[in-house]
Ligand binder design. Structure first.
Ligand code: NAD
Ligand code: ZN
Length: 347
């Protein structure tokens, strides 16, 4: 089968021919219908050999949807032919975090060497993929896999981040979204669906900001060194935003994020661009909460798909065949993708 692999540190991903996998006991084989392309893969491909926590080659893709092709011995209640999406942050399934569905925060995944597909385990940008356990499958129940596959990360991650801040985002509040790409353009829609907050979106050029407006941002601001002040001026009495979500996470955006937060505000750093924000008396507005979450829980994934089913989220996608996947990564790296790039390995 064809797969898109990261094979050599520092090199571009390659389309290769590898054996079609067979499900071992407990596993499920999916024929992949759609796989999303995330900026985190670009971060992974920028790491040095010492920083990489898993060996190469790696089949990429941690947003996956597929049709159940075959089930391993002992798998029950999963039917061949079912259309599903994959919950990506696999955990042990037994620790106290996993018991709450928070497999993204599994206490044992690292020491048991359990890794998400596309981020250690073979990923979704291939004709077929293995899913380790039936609990990591969510039935699509009529939703289109191509249009919704990216909700498994680009939807779930902002959803988890926003949910934490819901108590602060009441009437008259302001929410700021920095970076309106894959995650950010869904984040804006989630804020509109879940809160009465005014949404201010930041990105680096007018084209990105046009998408932000189209998906529901009330105001848009160019992300430069004056951005924090410009955001504050858009908030009542210049007080700042109740919640700031940074979907870039580089040092300048994290600084902007801190600069727009109000007293008792939330700053959530989702992007993995290496930025950090100092917390200490007088460094941020009083009682600002600064946090850096990772992905989301299994039950939250179900909630995100319920929102999609209710018509609250429209993922803007660019479709590519599997042979064009390296080009999709190139365009994402260059900041040219509008919304999310989705690969159709069997399309
Ligand atoms: P993306 O490339 O689709 O979107 C990034 C957006 O940020 C683009 O629109 C780009 O123009 C914009 N941008 C770049 N520099 C900017 C700046 N200085 N100011 C404002 N906007 C700027 O990326 P994505 O796939 O949406 O991922 C976003 C970030 O989130 C990445 O760092 C990714 O690795 C990270 N991520 C984190 C998690 C998590 O669990 N914490 C999960 C998924 C992705
Ligand atoms: Zn991702």
């Amino acid at each position: 089968m064809k797969a898109v692999q990261y094979r050599t540190v520092g090199a571009a991903p390659e389309v290769v021919e590898i054996p079609k996998p067979s499900p071992r006991p407990g596993e499920i084989l999916l024929k992949v219908t759609a796989a999303g392309v995330c900026h985190s893969d670009i971060a992974v491909m920028s790491w040095t050999e010492d920083q990489l926590p898993f060996p190469l080659p790696l089949t990429l893709g941690h947003e996956g949807a597929g049709i159940v092709e075959e089930v391993g011995e002992g798998v029950q209640h999963v039917e061949v032919g079912e259309s599903v999406v994959v919950y990506g942050p696999w955990g042990c399934g037994r620790c106290s975090k996993c018991a709450q569905g928070k497999e993204n925060y599994c206490l044992y995944a690292e020491r048991l060497n359990i890794r998400p597909p596309g981020l250690g385990a073979p990923g979704a940008i291939a004709e077929y993929m293995i899913v380790d356990d039936a609990r990591h499958l969510l039935r699509l129940r009529g939703l289109d896999p191509v249009a919704t596959v990216s909700l498994t990360d680009a939807g779930l991650t902002p959803y988890h981040a926003i949910k934490r801040s819901l108590p602060k985002l009441g009437p008259g509040s302001t929410a700021v979204v920095i970076g309106t790409g894959g995650l950010g353009h869904i984040g804006i829609q989630l804020l509109r669906a879940l809160t009465p907050a005014r949404v201010i979106a930041l990105d680096v050029n007018d084209e990105k900001l046009r998408l932000a407006r189209q998906v529901g941002a009330h105001e848009v601001v160019i992300s430069d060194e004056r951005a924090a002040g410009n955001v504050r001026r858009l908030t009542p009495e210049g007080r700042g935003a109740e919640a700031v979500f940074d979907f870039v996470g580089v040092p300048p955006t994290v600084e902007t994020a801190g600069g727009c937060a109000m007293v008792e505000g939330d700053v959530t750093i989702v992007g993995i661009g290496g930025g950090s924000l100092a917390v200490g008396f007088g460094l941020q507005p009083y009682e600002t909460v600064v946090t850096a979450p990772y992905w989301g829980s299994r039950s939250e994934l179900g909630e995100v798909f319920d929102l999609a089913r209710a018509g609250s989220i429209d993922v803007h996608i660019e479709k590519y065949g599997i042979d064009e996947a390296p080009k999709a990564y190139e365009r994402l790296h260059e900041g040219k993708v509008r919304g999310r790039a989705v690969i159709l390995p069997n399309g």
